[in-house]
Write a new protein. Structure first.
Length: 356
């Protein structure tokens, strides 16, 4: 349960804020104009557990494609807008469930108001986004560079501008690639506003380095009860963002359900391709959201049963064969090339029993 109670905001068929759970977002890396490719990617992200999806809208063609995309997906669609206020208006007209803008690069107050008026007409939220690369010159001079205080002031100034235009259906995001600066900024802004916060470490890097930075930053922020929706920004397949976000939330106790995979680090006793097997198990088990269990993947039959004792079910490898283990007890031997499929069938049976 989140500690910070924020304003409730409806985004399509989802809700954030209040005591609602922290929702997981991602962003497509397809060309939004390519409706088929974008829809296919969104459907894969949905299957992985994505709950809100954002797409880039750099052209009018992209804005017009939103209506076709929205017809074929099942989660809220967010339009990411920079510079051209007309793209924001067109995105709203074509069914965007939320728009993301930085009022600082949209242009004059009149242009921002035109966007706000259209959002108000459709009653869709605006995500006010500020990051360390977009701070105004005067704030850079005031604070001597990019700082957490500057990020917060910039965001709240923009929120105030929109409030003065008569609209408060807002979500705030303040992001930095500097993990501890991002943490401090969220601590500061959480104390000053009740708007829901979209949390993430921007430009965090590759799947390897980005996961570490995101886990540290998001872990600290979320553990303080701050944050209503998150994105793990990774340079890679967006599906990896969903896997990471789910694991971060589960580790913090903010998300239940789904399978937790534990695996040994390998050693000289390992006689199977454990690394590949563990990765396959992790991918395969992601579809079993109805099961709240622990699955162990162990590299040898010597210590495997004992190490897997706390797991509900597991497999341990040997030379050309492996063991199927339940609650630390060996159930049967299985040929090595059948370990993954055997585990899948066992999980499917467990899922069926859980649904009865």
């Amino acid at each position: 349960m989140k500690e910070k109670v924020t304003k409730v905001i409806h985004i399509g068929n989802q809700v954030i804020g209040g005591d609602h759970p922290v929702l997981i977002q991602s962003m497509c890396n397809t060309k939004t104009e390519d409706v088929e490719a974008t829809v296919n990617q969104i459907l894969k992200l949905e299957a992985a557990g994505c709950e809100i999806i954002r797409v880039a809208v750099p052209t009018m063609e992209a804005a017009k494609a939103l209506s076709q995309i929205k017809e074929k997906i099942h989660i809220p669609l967010v339009a990411d807008i920079h510079f051209d206020y007309r793209l924001a208006i067109a995105s709203i007209e074509n069914g965007a469930d939320k728009i993301r803008i930085n009022p600082g690069n949209i242009g004059s107050a009149d242009r921002v108001k035109a966007v706000v008026d259209k959002a108000k007409e459709k009653n869709i939220p605006i995500r006010v986004g500020v990051n360390s690369g977009s701070l105004e010159k005067e704030l850079l001079e005031k604070y001597g560079g990019v700082t957490a205080e500057g990020l917060v002031e910039s965001a709240l100034d923009k929120v105030k501008m929109i409030e003065q235009m008569g609209y408060d259906n807002l979500v705030i995001s303040i992001k930095s690639s500097d993990v501890m600066m991002c943490v401090k900024a969220h601590e500061l802004i959480s104390a000053q506003t009740d708007y829901p916060l979209h949390v993430g470490i921007t430009e965090s890097g590759t799947v390897a380095s980005g996961n570490i930075k995101s886990a540290v930053g998001l872990g600290i922020i979320l553990n303080q009860g701050i944050g209503d929706t998150i994105r793990v920004s990774l340079t890679g397949d967006p599906v990896e963002e969903i896997k990471s976000a789910k694991l971060i939330l589960k580790t913090l106790g903010l998300r239940k359900g789904g399978i937790e995979v534990v695996s040994c680090p390998t050693c000289g006793r390992t006689r199977i391709d454990l690394i590949n097997l563990a990765n396959q198990v992790e991918t395969m088990t992601s579809q079993f959201d109805s099961l709240n269990i622990k699955v162990a993947v162990m590299g040898c039959v010597v210590n495997g049963p004992g190490e897997a004792r706390e797991a509900d079910i597991g497999i341990a490898g040997g030379i050309g064969e492996g063991l199927l283990i339940k609650k630390g007890q060996v159930v049967r031997k299985v040929p090595e090339d059948q370990l993954l499929e055997t585990l899948r069938r066992e999980l499917e049976e467990m899922a069926l029993q859980a649904d009865r």
